[in-house]
Design a protein around this ligand. Structure first.
Ligand code: EPU
Length: 326
């Protein structure tokens, strides 16, 4: 988001043993820590970070198991996520092709359970190797120990948030291709372009085209991707929301999902400029930093959007990126 001041220390971790050393260093200094991958979904405060930022630069990829059509692949946490997707698509493995072009690192992917166009990393996760800060040792977590949900997991929510530093991620991919029904905008793209190649590489190409048309390239325009989460409402509130004219999509468990982009657009905020930020005209969930230089400006822009949506629809938007707080 191109905001925030400097960190007191930045430690690059290039070997797994260095993770424990970095935390030990911080402890000796009596300083707080912050685990950082690519920083694509992290917002800094103006005063900077008064502790040790531990950058994940662990590299490597290896096939750990191959059984029939399935393959288990282990990536080190500091690998670039999109390179991992490209690696899988080049070898014709399905499972993460719809997660093409998501900025950030492999180690960050399980933290918020990244998802897009009908796939979530949680669906193909086997395990992660992590440094457990509480027990001060390396550990292995299986998929069912990760508390996976929509943009929330044991890694970012609840008592264990921040406890695990992800060293490597093992995913199970398969030979084959995505099966319908496809996510709305993907299906629309397939229809409009009369696409027939639904191989992992084909879907990757389509998702890249959709994202490039809709989402700002963080290297060119500063943003944190979606700035707000979509809203999940309990089953008993669905009818009430619909009565207010809000489109609600029923989830399998009866709860409802409201597109926050729709709410923001319906408030007339799409394309609006607020305190140095612009609400993207292609995707209203995305806030682009045009000229803001302070966190304060972000809080003002955010308050206007959240307040306007709440006043009109009675729904409170929640921020999606995390903030670097000691
Ligand atoms: N919509 C609008 N106006 C908008 C944007 C969306 O009305 O300006 C409505 C439309 O009905 C549209 C629907 O919302 O059909 C879904 O829109 P879209 O497919 O663009 O997805 P999204 O809900 O806005 C989510 C993720 C994105 C992810 C896309 C595609 C969240 C917070 N965001 O956005 O993830 O790429 O789906 O799967 O869940 C991110 O997390 O940073 C991110 C970019």
């Amino acid at each position: 988001m191109r905001l925030g001041g400097p960190a007191r220390f930045v430690v690059s971790v290039r070997r797994p043993e260095e993770v424990a050393e970095a935390y030990q260093f911080a402890e000796e200094q009596g300083l707080p820590t912050w685990a950082l991958g690519g920083g694509a979904n992290t917002i800094g405060r103006d005063e900077g970070f008064p502790g040790v930022v531990i950058l994940n630069e662990l590299k490597g990829v290896e096939i750990v198991r191959e059984v029939g059509d399935a393959v288990q692949v282990k990536w080190m946490g500091g690998e670039v996520w999109d390179d991992a997707v490209a690696w899988a698509c080049e070898r014709d493995y399905t499972g993460i092709e719809a997660l093409s072009l998501i900025p950030g690192t492999v180690g960050a992917a399980p933290v918020q359970n990244i998802g897009a166009y009908g796939q979530e990393v949680g669906q193909v996760l086997v395990s992660v190797e992590a440094y457990d800060r509480r027990e001060r040792r390396m550990c292995m977590l299986r998929r069912d120990e990760m508390g996976l949900g929509y943009r929330r997991t044991r890694f970012n929510t609840g008592a264990d948030a921040g406890r695990f530093y992800i060293v490597s991620v093992t995913l199970e991919l398969k030979r084959g291709q995505m099966q319908p029904p496809f996510y709305n905008s993907l299906q629309r793209y397939i229809d409009e372009h009369q696409e027939t190649d639904l191989s992992p590489a084909g879907v990757r190409r389509m998702v890249c085209a959709i994202r490039e048309a809709k989402l700002p390239d963080p290297r060119k325009e500063a943003s944190a991707g979606s700035f707000f989460k979509n809203v999940i409402v309990p089953a008993e509130q669905v009818a009430e929301m619909e009565a207010r004219g809000i489109p609600v999509r029923r989830l399998e468990d009866g709860r409802g999902k409201i597109n926050s982009g729709w709410l923001i657009e319906a408030c007339g905020l799409k394309g609006q400029r607020l305190h140095g930020f612009r609400v993207s005209e292609q995707a209203a969930l995305v806030l682009i930093n045009e000229s803001a230089t302070s966190y304060l400006e972000l809080t003002m822009a955010r308050a206007e959007i959240v307040g306007t949506v709440e006043a009109k629809f009675g729904v409170r938007l929640e921020q999606e990126p995390v903030e670097m707080i000691a």
